[in-house]
Write a protein of this length. Sequence first.
Length: 337
Amino acid sequence: MFHNRSSDENADLVAPMLSIVVPAYNLTVPIQQCLRSISISGHGEERFEVVVVDDCSTDDTAERARQLIAELRLPGIVRSTSINSGVGEARKLGAQLARGRCIWFVDGDDVVTRPAVATALAMAAQLRDHEFGYFFQFERLDDIGNPMAGVRFRPGKLRDNEDVIVSYLRGTMSQLMWDKILPRHEILPHLSSRRTREEAQTMATYLPTVRRVRTSPIAAYGYRQRRGSLTNAAHYTATVLSSQAQKREELEILVANSASPRVKRAERAFWSRNAVSDALTLARIKGSVSQRDATYRWRDLIAFSRSAASGKSVLLAGSLKLSPRLFNLVMRKVRPQ
């Protein structure tokens, strides 16, 4: 199914500290911008490699990536799947092909910032067993690469496994793959091939094994919100509405070995946040909230609740059902002045 490295190719190379794994599908132009940003950021660094996995694109994404890797003299390879398998499977293949001690997953339509590679390398060198690195803020870009408001999570201290689980449940640490520097041998068994919520499933099985997280305030990543990301609104709406069973399954795995009151409170907070974030996502698809404003911060949730009567009903009803304290807070925020 997949094209693999040859043993001779592996033998001639010294294992790097960091492998940047780039899954891509039909990204002829964005993949070039992505690789150029990695080249600029990694200038002068020698301890990293790039592994591009083309997920059976119908355009010339793979060929453009090969040409640019050669042109920029990036240490890296390009491999293609024989059938389109989804980003989860592409990430898994990239991790299998990678040789670095740690992995950084970078989506092919995004970019990295100038200090990113050096910072990621330094973080990778510090990691001990059962630790990973976390960039808790990132830049946002519009469809053509113009900067938008950045996003900053506030994870606090992540000194033990309970801290990690609680931060994840409360939404102060993301479920994303691309804001984390992950030990390759530790993350590889947990990588999900599922086509929906593959990142969340990966985190649900991986986080219980983590002892500590090392954080960095550097905005290393530029996330691009492309119009094509929501090409089929009806299908995406169905996906949002049908994901509840997957979320329940993920949380059962995540908290299976933790009975602490702190984790239980965080689990309740997760479902409260889930209600309003799903409502916001559906409103974004319907157009009652602009893409620019559609983030999971309170000001955006409040903007949503004021922009559509049905949105306010969903927001208030969901918060009342799941958390009276959250309901009271929302009421204070949305009550007409």
